[in-house]
Structure formats: structure tokens, C-alpha cells
Design a protein around this ligand. Sequence first.
Ligand SMILES: Cc1ncc(COP(=O)(O)O)c(C=O)c1O
Length: 376
Amino acid sequence: MPVPFLDLKAQYLGIKPEIDAAIQGILDRTEFVTGPTVRAFEEAFAAAHGARFCATCNSGTAALHLMLWGLDIGSGDEVITAANTFMATAGGIKLAGASPRLADVRATDFNLDPHLVEAAITPRTKALLPVHLYGQLADMEPLAALAEKHGLLLLEDAAQAHLATLGGHCAGHWGRAAAFSFYPGKNLGAYGEGGAVLTNDEALYRRICRLRDHGMPAKYHHAEWGHNYRLEGLQGAVLGVKLPHLPAWTAARRQVAQWYGEELAGLPGILCPQELAGREHVYHLFVIRVTPESGTTRDALMARLQEAGIATGLHYPLPIHLQEAARDLGYARGDFPHTEVLAGEILSLPMYAELTREQVAEVGRRVRGACSPTVA
Ligand SMILES: Cc1ncc(COP(=O)(O)O)c(C=O)c1O
């Protein structure tokens, strides 16, 4: 039984009449860029996360850039983020003109280790930018204490963490602002590119709204230099239809994660993701670790699954500090040992709301078949 990594068609078919009508509405109203549908989505997305303000934009990368730019973080400043993340987190810092400084992650939740963050702080550090990787919030309380102690801004890369909570609070509550992505494969995905910044800071919200639209507070009145980071009306319509379904889709992802846990329980060397205390993981990705005790390697397991028609992914195979583009950051192999070990052991299994119990059982069976544990 083939199991795709993601099935966006299945999701579309589940909501086709609503989506088709919403898209037709945008065409009928020629509401192509921003407009009332985008504004309605912004209000709903902020409310769903318990935030006061939402400024949409046309990618998660743009959201990261706008968040830093809106806070005047730029040339000469450093922003500390996780060594284990998608390149765009560091790329957003670069776009703002600042320099990314990396800190290692914990093997328990793949997120920033607050103990290691403190050592990375320098007199040029302006902000901490934890990433809520794979759909679980980072350790925000100690990071907030650290930010407070050193007079730094706390921000959030929530590109993978729609509706995820810590202590009952979503991203956007913990930092001055949080950046989200609506790339199609995200838990809440557009039918193209999209992103948003959530914040409770009205002044920051207004500045971001201006910067995303050529620095214009009013039409053809440019208060400052800006950019074109506006969200398309079609994407706002799609996101507005999908948002009310997100709690049910999140619950379905959590159910799939539980099934995987049952399927892979007791298999030596195959470590399932841990949901840490006080958190609600939204499983954007279900990332297992394939350690030597499994009797196989990550790459061998991936190949075996592929032969069986089961698609998997690597998030991410080459850490930021080892990327060619990041040579200017001055890091070397060995600088972030946890991230480097994880890069060789992680494997993302299929994860989406429409996965069935049978499909998960098939993945579990194939994983078991590929392992020959070295310990009983
Ligand atoms: C952790 C993280 N940060 C930032 C981004 C950038 O988002 P986008 O692809 O919408 O620019 C992504 C998404 O790909 C991501 O996963």
C-alpha cells in the first residue's frame, strides 16, 4: 500500500465546494491583492491564536523579515536562533541586514536549548528567535527569562506551529511577535505562498502593515521605504475557508501521532517525538530518530520505505552552519553536536490529517521489517 508523505488533494476534496465558492468570489469581486477577504482572515487568524493583531504577507520568510525590520533590527545586530531549523529562519535575519548566531538544540524536542543560548549572547545581540520546530513550542519560559535578564527582544518562528500551545497559549503570546508560514504543506496552507506576523503590539502591527506595502500608511503617501510583501486575495480566501477546519485537522494529526506511537512502541533504536509537559504538539512533521540500536541506518530505512512506496522526508539533512551559503557565519563542523547527530538520524514519516489507521499500520510494519535491533 503506497503512502504519500502529504496528500493536499485529499484535503482539497474534503472542502471543495467551500474552496471553489470562495475562489469564485474573489474572481467575481476582482479582489486580487489584499482586500476585505484578507482582512477577515487576519482577524480570524489572530483570534484563533489569542493575539490582538495579525498582519498577513506573502511568505513566512517575508513575515520573519517584516518582524525584524519592524523592530529596527538590522545592520550590526545579532539574532540568536536554532542551529536545527529550515534555512529561511537564518535567511530572514539576513534579509533584515542582521547576523544570525546559532545555538544548539536539545535531543528531547529538537528545539533551542536555553542553557546554550546564554553562551551565544554578545554585546551585539538584539533578539532571541526560537523556532517551534515540527509543531511543538520551544522552551519559552526560560527563554523569556533570559531575554529579560539581557534586555533582548524575544521573537518566535512559528512557521510550523499553527495552534500549538504551551501552558494553553499559542505562539504570539510568548514573544513580541511571531512569524507564520502558509506554504501549501504547512498545517494551515495556502494554494500558493503566504505568511503572517502575530503580535499584541499595536505600533509594531501598524509599522509592519506599512512596510509590507511600500511604506504607505495611506495611498501614495510613503512615510518610509518599504517592500511589496502583500498577500493575494485568492490566498486569503483559501486560508479563510481552511482556518475553521484547522482544529479538527490538528486533532486528526495528533491521532495519527498516537497511532505511530502504538505502531513503533518498544522498537529499539527508533525514537518517536516526545510531547513535553504543558505542550500541545500539532505535528506539522512526525520526525523519528533512527539510532544505531535499531540495527539499521536512517538512510537504509528511508530507502527500504521508498521501495515499499512509503514517502519520507528529511528536515533537515544539512544544518545551517554547514551550508555553503552560511560560510560567512564562520562556523565549522563540530560546533553544534546535537544538531549534527540529529541531521544523520532524523526521518520524517508521512503526516497529514487524512492518513488512515491502515496506512499508519503499514508504515509501522515496514519500519519494523527494516530494523534488526542489536539489543533485545
Ligand atoms: C521553520 C521555518 N521558518 C521559516 C519558513 C519560511 O516560510 P516560507 O516558506 O513561507 O517562506 C519555513 C517554511 O518553509 C519554516 O519551516
